[in-house]
Ligand binder design. Structure first.
Ligand SMILES: [Zn+2]
Ligand SMILES: [Zn+2]
Length: 96
């Protein structure tokens, strides 16, 4: 008796990857992340996914192991510049 295999892009397929010691593919990782999020918070909605060109989107790419695009890289670089400047300012204030 064999159960029909769930296609990739489902939480079941994600677990199958793990069981076989495979690297879960992107659709499966997404499905698993979604299932986990919904478990923690049933009201969680995937439409909160930040748009590209923001730091949040950049971090999301990293989390999902995705390739970061130009827009997101630019947003991240700009944010980093701002934070570095702020840190330098704070340090200057502290050393006085
Ligand atoms: Zn898969
Ligand atoms: Zn992006």
């Amino acid at each position: 008796m064999t159960q029909p295999l769930k296609p990739c892009g489902t939480d079941a397929a994600y677990k199958r990857h793990l069981k076989r010691r495979e690297r879960a593919c992107t659709p499966c990782r997404r499905a698993h992340a979604l299932a986990t999020a919904l478990q923690k918070d049933p009201d969680w909605k995937p439409k909160e996914i930040p748009a590209c060109g923001t730091v949040r989107a950049y971090k999301r790419h990293l989390r999902h192991g995705e390739v970061t695009d130009r827009e997101c890289c630019d947003a991240w670089a700009e944010d980093k510049r701002d934070r570095d400047r702020e840190r330098r300012r704070q340090r200057r204030l502290q050393t006085v």
